[in-house]
Design a binder for this molecule. Structure first.
Ligand code: SAH
Ligand code: SF4
Ligand code: F3S
Length: 441
């Protein structure tokens, strides 16, 4: 295999996985490699995988089969991301076509590993080094109007169904100065919105320039002082470690958007306990109340799992009840997927696929009612949207509302513009608006 000249990266996972994909692209570009154009063959394909559910994990392998070219040759393949971390060398036994295996804490070594693979080796690196990979990373280059910024990695919560503590390792916070510098550099390169990422972002702790210790609230207040940065978001939070300061920030920091992704997973206290969630349905609802007192127009989004081992019909009804009590603006819901090495996979009373299908369908119908109601509540309102892509129709642009809804508008605005719209139409997953005025370009 020769040294690859161009590459393609496919990301399959969460926002942090997408962020990692961007950083890997920057690393390879810094070594002189080019990103392959659409339709062009790439010499190196990086599959940036997700291990969270079986379906997500299997997708990577089915993709490898499709990489063979018409002449029988194939690109150099790097398996990156959480499947790489979980499977290590076993991945290369499963598929001969995998040249490189690189975990999410080791990808700063990707260029080196590519060199080794070009000389005929099949390197595997799933180390979780004490020295942060971020220190070895080039400056940010690939920036859109809305950028991700990883501030905390790993997770110490050990929900019994979840692989993240194993694939991403222990919780670590990136240092304050690194984060501020990256946010500044993203803003200088055109980002107007930054989403702070962490598997458990609300656990971020650090020290500011003056050595004062604090949590996410302190960081958000500092980032809000960056000129040109107009919107700040963060995800994902855990209900057990949201503090008073962060709640207050939602009422006080104008740039902090009125949107909170706060997964609850289930509505039954017995199931929450079996999931090791460290909160009850009631403590969760009380927390939401406090957030809404600070910021009445806050949109809440959540994650749900149906069919956790042992979940009865009555317990599933409690999930529907919490959905009604909160009135989610949006949500992600999943069928429980047993993951190797997690405690829940060993539990008795696994729920049948048939029952899970039925529960998921009912849950999603209920969630859709709530998101449509939330979207409808915006009809007639006027607010700024951040244009982030082109629509399918000529002259149509799509932007994000403060509540993270996609808003379709006819406009000659450019990507990255903030425009003011009057909302005229609400659909289950989007809004339609009319341009009111250009706020600024
Ligand atoms: N750190 C975040 C995200 C974790 S993964 C959090 O704590 O919320 C995103 C979502 O995937 C989880 O919130 C959960 O709803 C879902 N998920 C995780 N493991 C799963 C599994 N084994 N089966 C089904 N869904 C799962
Ligand atoms: Fe997984 Fe729970 Fe950690 Fe979220 S908090 S990443 S669901 S273990
Ligand atoms: Fe998937 Fe890893 Fe993210 S398992 S959800 S890519 S942290």
């Amino acid at each position: 295999m020769t040294d690859p000249k161009n590459f393609r990266i496919k990301s399959f996972g969460c926002q942090m996985n997408v962020y990692d994909g961007e950083r890997m692209a920057e690393l390879l570009a810094a070594k002189g490699m080019k990103q392959a154009a659409d339709g062009e063959d790439a010499d190196l394909v990086v599959l940036n995988t997700c291990h969270i559910r079986e379906k997500a994990a299997e997708k990577a392998y089915s993709d490898i089969g499709r990489l063979k070219r018409e002449d029988g040759s194939r690109p150099m393949v790097a398996l990156a991301g959480c499947v790489a971390q979980a499977e290590g060398e076993v991945a290369q036994q499963r598929s001969k076509a995998i040249d490189i295996v690189v975990g999410p804490q080791a990808y700063h070594r990707l260029p080196e590993l590519v060199g080794e693979a070009a000389s005929g080796k099949r390197p595997v690196d799933t180390d979780m080094p004490a020295i942060s990979k971020f220190d070895a990373m080039p400056a940010r280059t690939r920036v859109g109007p809305s950028a991700f910024l990883t501030v905390a990695e790993g997770c110490d919560k050990f929900c019994t169904y979840c692989v993240v503590p194993y694939t991403r390792g222990a919780e670590i916070s990136r240092p304050w100065s690194d984060i501020v510098a990256e946010a500044q550099s993203l803003t200088e390169r055109g980002a107007r919105e930054i989403t702070l990422l962490g598997q458990n972002v609300s656990a971020w702790r650090g020290e500011d320039e003056k050595g004062r210790e604090g949590g996410l609230e302190l960081l958000i207040r500092r980032l809000a002082r960056i000129d040109g940065l107009e919107r700040i978001r963060y995800t994902t939070s855990h209900p057990a470690d949201m503090d008073e300061g962060l709640i207050a920030a939602h009422g006080e920091v104008e740039k902090l958007m009125p949107y909170l992704h706060l997964p609850v997973q289930a509505g039954s206290d017995r199931i929450l306990k079996a999931m090791n969630r460290h909160h009850t349905a009631e403590s969760y609802l009380k927390l939401i109340e406090r957030f809404r007192a600070a910021r009445p127009d806050l949109a809440i989004s959540g994650d749900f799992i149906v069919g956790f081992p042992g979940e009865t019909d009555a317990e599933f009804e409690e999930t529907l009840a919490i959905v009604d009590a909160v009135g989610y603006a949006s949500a992600y819901s999943f069928k429980y997927s047993p993951r190797p090495g997690t405690p829940a996979a060993e539990m008795e009373d696994q729920v049948s696929t048939h029952v899970m299908d039925e529960r998921l369908q009912r849950l999603q119908a209920r969630l859709a009612e709530h998101s449509l109601a939330f979207n409808r509540s915006k009809i007639g309102q006027i607010f700024p949207i951040l244009i982030d892509r082109r629509g399918k129709k000529p002259g149509q642009m799509i932007g994000k509302s403060p509540w993270l809804q996609s808003v379709f508008v006819e406009s000659d605005a450019a990507i990255g513009d903030m425009v003011e719209v009057t909302i005229e139409q609400a659909l289950p997953n989007s809004l339609g608006g009319r341009l009111r005025e250009m706020v600024d370009a």
